[in-house]
Design a protein around this ligand. Structure first.
Ligand code: CMP
Length: 139
């Protein structure tokens, strides 16, 4: 069993697709092991996206991520990191496959509705960034 961190970004929350995104996870057999809605401060967003701090889009991305509430979740399942990435589609919605979350709802390379960890090491860091052990359902 594997875990990954999923975020419904401020644009996804504003578009009222929280339920739709979660429905896609659940109908794919993915379990939600933890979930909360929060609004990040700028330092919190900068800490989360620290790997991108040299990128030209870092300031804009961290502004966007603090612009409204987000929903953070731990997803659990077999091969869930890859499964979630398939459901999300490519980072740039223009390259995303038909039927993916980003193809259906993203409007911009930055405002791309969802985030998902890209590897086991990043999943461990990202889960620990938002959740402590008491907040995670143990099955
Ligand atoms: P995410 O999967 O959360 O990982 C990093 C985020 O940076 C990405 O989704 C986009 O929201 C954003 N991003 C990635 N590439 C670019 C880019 N070229 N321009 C602006 N934002 C980007």
């Amino acid at each position: 069993m594997e875990r990954t961190l999923s975020i419904i970004k401020p644009d996804g929350v504003a578009k009222n697709v929280i339920g739709e995104v979660i429905r896609r996870f659940e109908t794919s057999g993915i379990k939600i092991a933890a979930m909360k809605m929060i609004q990040l401060t700028k330092p919190q967003a900068q800490g989360f996206y620290a790997v991108h701090k040299q990128r030209p889009f870092f300031d804009s991305l961290t502004d966007f991520m603090t612009s409204g509430p987000i929903v953070v979740m731990i997803l659990e399942g077999e091969d869930v990191i890859a499964q979630n990435r398939k459901l999300m589609g490519a980072t740039n919605f223009k390259d995303a496959e038909e039927g993916t979350i980003r193809k259906d709802y993203a409007t911009d390379i930055e405002k791309n509705v969802v985030h998902g960890s890209d590897a086991p090491e990043t999943a461990a860091f990202e889960i620990g960034y938002f959740f402590n052990d008491l907040e995670i359902q143990q099955r």
